[in-house]
Design a protein around this ligand. Sequence first.
Ligand code: ADP
Ligand code: MG
Length: 476
Amino acid sequence: MSDENQGGWTRVRSRLRAEVGDDVYSSWFARMDLEAIEEGTVRLSVPTRFLKSWIQNHYAERVLACWQAEDDKIGRIELTVRSAVLKSAVVIKPKLEIPVGSSDNSNRFNGNGNGRPMSVGDPGVHEALGGSPLDARLSFDSFVVGRSNTLAHAAAKQVAAARRTDPVMFNPLYIHAGVGLGKTHLLQAITWAGNAAGERKVLYLTAEKFMYGFVSALRTQTALAFKEALRGIGVLVIDDLQFLQGKSTQAEFCHTLNALIDAGRQVVIASDRPPSDLESLDDRVRSRLAGGLVVEMASLGEELRLEILKARVMAARAYHPTFDVPLPVLAYIAKTVTHNGRDLEGALNRLLAHNKLTGHAVTLEMAEREVRDLIRPQEPKRVKIEDIQRVVARQYNVSRSDLLSSRRTANVVRPRQVAMYLAKTLTLRSLPEIGRRFGGRDHTTVLHAVRKIEGLVGNDMALAEEIEILKRQLQE
Ligand code: ADP
Ligand code: MG
């Protein structure tokens, strides 16, 4: 390789780094080498097939343009995999994020310790990738289907049963619901069932584990090993996506998502809010997430709560054969403990504990005493900005697009301010997010609207009442 070529290559690299940013550069291009330049073709090499296809799919034109800016005779880029270099590319650094208590298996990050990139079949890979622990009880068998979760359950079943060769029906599958409504249960059920079928490797990660695994992997030499391993995954399941934070993590999340989806792998996501409300994600990711099947699970109805309780008692009896909860007690709990699945579980655990410790039979009286503090007023409904816009538009006889428009006539300005005010008071959305959802307005505009209405309701009884009515409509 001539010095001249190497000098050119160095300049191309800095140009590329400046264009894509340090994070992207170091995850995808740091190990790209110049092999040769011949007759207008630049030959570059990378250590893995995965990197090669990624760069080809996402950055081919970029790389070519950077070369052409340096040398206009270049017409083509050729990317090859240099297998010999693979070994050193995945050498493991010792300060890896081996989970606590597993130092006995310090080779787990590359599986077999022979320097080859790990394959998903290797033991320990689930953890090395930050695979989150699974709870054996959270299976399809123990999941009770009711009106609020029929669709989510059907989609989850479909994903778990799909074979490698089946076309992907919806990607990603995005399930959202409030706390304790069964998201994690369903996601882990997919993981268990999918892996038991043995057709496709299913990896379950919380968003935190994803960040932790990925970010640490990027900071060490193991980014390649990580990406290589990701390649072997048939279904990637990410729980609690709302916790995904940080610009570079999100860039990586975006890449991973695109790569998996483009490669026909299934992605399943759960979050406590719909994609449109994931404020910290950028628009492209949001729209990608919304592009699959988005399913909401509503709160558990009383009927479903009762069924869940019955199923739980049956399960408990496998270990505590004498544990018996009369139907009226179950009905009482189903009626009063309305919060979510977690509280139902808590209520039964108390009855069980009481029964075991005192030997007293479970009665309605005992239940009333034991679960008293779990009986909270109905959890306020999750109010969505779309609903606010719809209800306010209807109330004031304007259209939703009027609210989002830039029109400044009085008949639109006031309803718009009311809607922004309600968005601020009834949801946890930030001012910038609300502004974005109201036709891309600035957060100061939202703040102004909120203050304006706050000031008015003190004096204007009619407006105060209107707002109360709107709130009630939205929360019932
Ligand atoms: P989320 O992840 O949505 O916060 P989880 O999946 O952790 O909720 O569910 C909370 C509890 O409620 C778990 O013990 C779960 O097993 C139970 N649960 C929720 N929905 C159902 C259901 N449809 N059938 C059986 N158990 C359920
Ligand atoms: Mg959960």
